[in-house]
Design a protein around this ligand. Structure first.
Ligand code: GRF
Length: 209
């Protein structure tokens, strides 16, 4: 990559795409030196595709295949080839509701990041804000991490805390966590695009932090 070329992002999401929008807005504001090369979704009607198309970005639905929680082999191949074709430097999971496996992980080793709505390693998995509420913690938050073969288990790049209030419902707490996500994710992607982030075992080190 020479000085002129921007860092290329491939964004994968299944939902409304508010984290994608936060990253796209940060790029437009000059806060993240990167381009969104392609947006892919396993849900044809996902808001994230609509958001991408509104911004004139390449956006594709790719059918996930026969499984409910992961991509089948054909789908995995189709995702990998779309991302390779778009020449992505980093894959940004933004609410992608399927666990990535084998060939996908091998194709992009160390180049896949995810955002999770809790302070990992607490509350991995689904509805982490509800898990936090049910557990009774006073502080929760969000985590950006590298993706490995486990569920929400890769090295942690960044975290932001969020208070849990006495009158919180699932919806109010999730909303507060999402606001934090929209600050944390662009900041982490910006640092990755500046190549300021390195991994030493489980520890992720930020240069100039
Ligand atoms: C976020 O809360 C994120 O933590 C989780 O999925 C949600 C995606 O939301 N992984 P959005 O589609 O970015 O609005």
């Amino acid at each position: 990559m020479n000085g002129e070329e921007k860092f290329r992002l491939g964004v994968l999401g299944s939902g409304k795409g508010s984290n994608f929008v936060a990253i796209a807005d940060a790029i437009a504001a000059g806060e993240v030196r990167a381009d969104v090369a392609v947006v892919l979704s396993d849900v044809e009607s996902a808001g994230i595709l609509e958001q991408a198309r509104t911004r004139n970005l390449l956006a594709h639905f790719i059918a996930p295949g026969k499984f409910r929680t992961k991509l089948d082999e054909d789908a995995e191949r189709a995702y990998v080839s779309a991302l390779c074709e778009a020449k992505v430097d980093l894959i940004v999971l933004a609410g992608f509701m399927r666990v990535l496996k084998g060939d996908f992980l091998r194709a992009f080793e160390g180049r896949i990041v995810n955002i999770h709505p809790s302070l990992l390693p607490s509350f991995p998995g689904l509805e982490a804000w509800k898990q936090a509420l049910d557990h009774g913690v006073k502080v929760t938050g969000c985590t950006v991490h590298f993706v490995d073969a486990g569920v929400d288990s890769g090295p942690i790049i960044g975290q932001q805390t969020v208070p849990v209030l006495d009158d919180d419902t699932s919806a109010t707490l999730h909303g507060r966590i999402q606001q934090a996500e929209h600050e944390l994710y662009p900041a982490c992607v910006a640092a990755l695009a500046r190549r300021e982030v390195s991994v030493q075992g489980r520890r992720v080190i930020w240069r100039n932090h």
